[in-house]
Design a protein around this ligand. Structure first.
Ligand SMILES: [Mn+2]
Length: 314
């Protein structure tokens, strides 16, 4: 692995922690599970970067708090992450930041000699693949238990996400997948996803290698993973999904089609910024922007197409 940042406030595993604050996607949940395996008495809090930026959940952070898969907050006891955008400005912080496919990998490597993490050794590579966007079409067509869970995680479902942390801290993905409450949740989610897929087939527009799907009038608030829609359109380079958002706005999520090895590497963030400089955010390969709810989405889709036609890809 590449250059490592951060220091040890004590020998790994010897530093006292009573709070775990982690992201609420699969990587964040597995980080929290590994940390809970090490610090069994700690309380777990799951959030997301957007909430932290909005100032939520920040006040309780102290020297006994470990933060993972999120931005660095000064005053925490330990910090583990891998996002380029989260790299602490100071090199002198407790914990580790480094380039890696997942934050779970960094947490795992840090604690593997002080706690029995053999459970995680079996699947940490799959977490890397999922969080690093290295999933293939075959992976999606025959979802493993871990990928099935990953594609069904909803940041807003706190009860299920807390249960996932508890279960992952003790059991394999297969066993977690077989847990009755999780199984029921996965079945419900799968059926909602199938409904969304059939809705999409009636509300999608293919503009060359850009697939645009209009969910702006869709009643159900559902996490719409781009993976759910790309398998029907293997050759597309990018997908844009319109969804209703707060404050009478519509949000356009933009994703590169990472399962197409031939996909053009468009800079989607530049495109988002050109359309809505004030609301655009994210990375080149996954980002979004927001517009007033009454915007002409067909026109916006065409605007995106025109922008991509002008982008030069090496
Ligand atoms: Mn991550």
């Amino acid at each position: 692995m590449s250059k490592v940042y951060g220091y040890d406030p004590a020998a790994p595993g010897m530093y006292e922690i009573n709070k775990i604050l982690s992201d609420s996607d699969l990587d964040g949940i597995v980080c929290a599970a590994i940390l809970l395996n090490v610090y069994q008495q700690a309380e777990v809090y799951l959030t997301e970067s957007a909430q932290i930026r909005a100032g939520e959940l920040v006040t309780g952070i102290d020297s006994k708090t470990v933060i993972s898969d999120l931005m660095y907050i000064e005053g925490c006891g330990l910090y583990f992450d891998h996002h380029d955008s989260n790299k602490p400005e100071t090199e002198s912080f407790p914990g580790r930041w480094q380039f890696a496919d997942s934050a779970s990998r960094i947490v795992y490597e840090y604690f593997k000699h002080v706690s029995d993490l053999s459970l995680f050794a079996d699947y940490i590579q799959e977490v890397d693949k999922i969080d690093g966007g290295k999933i293939s079409l075959a992976d999606i067509e025959q979802r493993s238990p871990l990928l099935d869970i990953a594609l069904s995680i909803d940041r807003n479902n706190h009860a299920i996400n807390q249960l996932l942390v508890q279960l992952f801290s003790k059991y394999s993905p297969q066993t977690v997948w077989n847990n009755q409450a999780i199984k029921t949740y996965l079945q419900e989610t799968r059926s909602k996803q199938e409904q969304a897929q059939s809705y999409a087939s009636k509300h999608e527009t293919l503009l060359g290698d850009l697939l645009f799907i209009d969910f702006s009038s869709y009643a159900e608030d559902l996490k719409l993973h781009s993976y759910l829609f790309v398998s029907k359109h293997k050759d597309i380079s990018a997908i844009a999904i319109a969804k209703p958002a707060k404050d009478n706005r519509v949000k356009i999520g933009l994703y590169r089609n990472t399962i197409n090895p031939e996909a053009k590497e468009y800079d989607l963030l530049n495109m988002a910024k050109s359309i809505s400089p004030s609301s655009a955010g994210g990375h080149k390969g996954a980002c979004g922007f927001a517009l007033p709810a009454n915007s002409d989405l067909a026109k916006i889709a065409q605007e995106m197409r025109n922008y991509l036609d002008q982008q030069i890809i090496d």
